[in-house]
Design a protein around this ligand. Structure first.
Ligand SMILES: [Zn+2]
Ligand SMILES: [Zn+2]
Length: 277
């Protein structure tokens, strides 16, 4: 079954995410539990959580993913930022358990001069400090790899998975991987990238794909999302990814823009059109 949805708003309460997802035609999706630009407690009350869980069971196939705060930096060498990042992640995994959400997604962050090896070690040890509830898994998201941000290379993801004491999995963002240098714009490039991911990380760890097209060329490390098939990855690459039998059951979550009169509804419909079964 094709599982495809979008990152939707929780404005007015997390339970509203369900109808927002249904409204754009999604059957799975992603949320922030609070504004991702500030340190904040998700603060979800019991009634709201129950309404979210019941709405999800009634109207969606799932899964949901919680995307953690953009302020989180697991690679940081700074003690205060590390402590805040771990505390924030702990609140997210606890919120996920309360909402019956299986995944919390996080970017590794930037090593800011500490070096790649030290940054990856910081990320693995920070995630090892989490008390992750049963039935919740942290997904490390592939990054565009600008500046000193880690997670652009599949090897970075594999290192953190190997070195962390917790069982982690991965979310692959196609716009980020493309910006990081994996050429997804041709059928061969897309297939080879999935093969490389399997070789380096293992497809058994791929639990979510952020299916975004890219406004910038391959290898530019610039992270700006485009409508599915309308960016530099384009229709050939997207069609190949959407139909590759090795990843056909992985949930697709869109973080495409709302512009040119097109939003999530258009993009989800596009994915369904490009799917060949
Ligand atoms: Zn992300
Ligand atoms: Zn992005």
């Amino acid at each position: 079954m094709l599982r495809v949805g979008a990152h939707v708003s929780v404005a007015g309460g997390v339970h509203n995410a369900v109808e927002n997802e249904v409204a754009v035609g999604g059957n799975c999706g992603q949320i922030f539990t609070h504004s991702p630009q500030v340190w904040q407690d998700p603060n979800i009350d019991d009634e709201e959580a129950a309404e979210f869980r019941e709405g999800t069971a009634a109207h969606l196939d799932g899964p949901w993913v919680i995307h953690s705060s953009y302020l989180v930096n697991l690679c940081t060498p700074k003690d205060d930022l590390r402590a805040k990042s771990i505390a924030s992640m702990q609140r997210e995994v606890d919120a996920a358990a309360k909402l019956d959400i299986p995944y919390v997604n996080v970017h590794l962050g930037a090593h800011t001069g500490a070096g790649v090896e030290a940054g990856l070690a910081n990320a693995a040890s920070a995630l090892s400090e989490l008390d992750i509830p049963h039935d919740v898994t942290v997904l490390v998201e592939s990054d565009a790899g600008s500046g000193t941000k880690l997670g652009g290379e599949f090897e970075h993801l594999a290192t953190v998975l190997d070195d962390c004491d917790r069982d982690l999995d991965v979310c692959l963002d196609t716009a980020h991987a493309f910006a990081a240098g994996y050429d997804l714009s041709t059928a061969k490039g897309a297939k080879d990238t999935i093969t490389e991911f399997d070789d380096v990380v293992g497809l058994e760890h791929l639990m979510c794909i952020h299916l975004n097209d890219s406004k910038h060329a391959c290898g530019t490390h610039k992270d700006e999302h485009a409508h599915v098939g309308e960016g530099e990855i384009g229709v050939e690459g997207m069609t190949t990814l959407i139909n590759d039998p090795r990843i056909e059951d992985v949930p697709l979550v869109l973080e495409t823009p709302t512009e040119d009169g097109r939003g999530f509804e258009w993009n989800i419909e596009r994915v369904r059109e490009l799917r060949e079964d």
